[in-house]
Design a protein around this ligand. Structure first.
Ligand code: AMP
Ligand code: GLY
Length: 421
């Protein structure tokens, strides 16, 4: 089998390393991939959103199976384009990817099907949005751009002035582009956050081991929101009881709701959850594996990933027994100093062997290139991921490995997983 993985970050690297364990796969291509991924797959210089070139490449190279990992090609309908030419592709089609592609859609879905989420209203008019915030007079309040915004389309406003500025920046200045034509204003929730990725074929939904992300750039959850600075799994706040509650109130109802809407979801549904004093609620849906959640979830997966992907596409997920290791995992992101704002790249990375790895950990490359040596090429450069018998062991192992890797202006959080201990 020849498999093509679309994307070029740490998440895709983790997927590829797992796919390499399958004996039926002879060749793995990554498009565009990155420096580290090139040690595990053949990288092809096609942009992840370039649907026409991606399909043409797959046809020319007789690809048997495609994994579309990032949100933007999914929301653009890349899976539909592969299906149209008879190539199997893992991931939701365009109709289903709207679950992440539009917050207005996902909020209305939850309201219609009684899936617990923060109370909200949607707006396409600045004055009405501001009038609503005034009438609510409750802070903090949460303002979200409708569409994809690189995980940054959320403003938590502490005052009316901040809310007004946020609404204007999204709807008038279009700081998140066209995704700001509509906004959602919602209630501020509190409680521990949990990321639960699940495999779903439209008939069966199977949650994976839970994870905890660390979205802020600095220790103690200070600084700006990022794509994610580190993860641990499992998330100790996500107990058996919470899992049972979520199966009944969130996971199954979401799958059923998408079926009812004529948008059956096949792929990974990522539930961003908050365990509030009034029950567990959905903060957001994503239509794909999380990054860097994947870098701790997949190392714990015992079942063959490609078998699962095929079963999802063929709608026979119920035939597969999906098992996870009982160990713990931790992943520390090493980022370029300045990320998520301005940062420099092109710095040589020391401490990696010729395969981009170091001893005691698996290094998933997010933003690197490889010429004479590995060099930084993105905001998030590396995800250093380890297992341990306990969470404490996993975290200790990850930081031991991080200590051996260096590049100029490297920045990483020192407190990944601390809240979970
Ligand atoms: P998102 O991009 O939707 O994942 O939101 C980014 C972060 O904003 C989340 O991880 C939460 O920490 C926070 N957030 C989003 N919505 C809410 C809410 N309704 N209440 C409290 N925090 C929220
Ligand atoms: N780590 C959060 C995300 O992938 O959206």
């Amino acid at each position: 089998m020849k498999v093509l993985v679309v994307g070029g970050g740490g998440r895709e690297h983790a997927i590829i390393k797992k796919l390499k364990q399958n004996k039926r796969i002879s060749t793995i291509y990554a498009a565009p991939g990155n420096g580290g991924i090139s040690c595990d797959a053949t990288c092809v210089a096609i942009k992840a959103t370039d649907i026409d070139s991606m399909v043409a490449f797959a046809q020319q190279n007789k690809i048997d199976f495609v994994v579309v990992a990032p949100d933007d090609p999914l929301v653009l309908g890349m899976v539909d384009s592969f299906e149209a030419v008879g190539i199997k592709a893992f991931g939701p089609n365009k109709a289903a990817a709207i679950l992440e592609g539009s917050k207005v859609f996902s909020k209305e879905l939850m309201k219609k099907y009684n899936i617990p989420t923060a109370a909200y209203e949607t707006f396409d008019n600045v004055d009405e949005a501001i009038a609503y915030v005034k009438s609510q007079n409750s802070y903090p309040t949460v303002i979200k751009a409708d569409g994809l915004a690189l995980g940054k389309g959320v403003i938590i406003a502490e005052t009316l002035a901040e809310a007004e500025e946020g609404i204007r920046s999204i709807m008038e200045d279009k700081v998140f582009g066209a995704s700001g034509n509509h906004i959602v204003i919602e209630e501020f929730l509190t409680g521990p956050e949990v990321s639960v990725l699940s495999f779903c074929d439209g008939k069966t939904i199977v949650p994976m081991v839970s994870a905890m992300d660390h979205k802020r750039a600095l220790d103690n959850d200070k600084g700006l929101n990022t794509g994610g600075m580190g993860t641990i799994a499992p998330n100790p706040f996500f107990t058996e009881d919470v899992l049972k509650e979520c199966q009944k109130t969130i996971f199954e109802p979401t799958m059923e709701a998408m079926n009812q809407e004529g948008r059956p979801f096949k792929g990974v549904i990522f539930f961003g959850l908050m365990i509030t004093p009034n029950g567990t609620k959905v903060i957001e849906y994503n239509c794909r594996f999380g990054d860097p959640e994947t870098q701790v979830v997949l190392p714990l997966l015992k079942t063959d990933l490609y078998d699962i992907f095929e079963a999802v596409v063929d709608e026979r997920l119920n035939e597969i027994n999906i098992e996870f290791d009982t160990k713990s995992a931790a992943c520390v992101i090493m980022a370029s100093g300045g990320y998520p704002q301005k940062y420099q790249t092109d710095f040589e990375i020391s401490g990696l062997d010729k395969n981009g790895q170091c001893s005691g950990a698996t290094v998933y490359h997010s933003g690197t290139k490889l010429d004479t040596a590995f060099k930084t090429a993105g905001g998030r450069a590396l995800g250093v991921s380890t297992l341990g018998d306990t969470l404490n062991d996993a975290i200790t192992n990850a930081y031991c490995a991080v200590d051996t890797i260096h590049f100029k202006h490297a920045h990483y959080r020192k407190d990944i997983g601390k809240k979970a201990l």
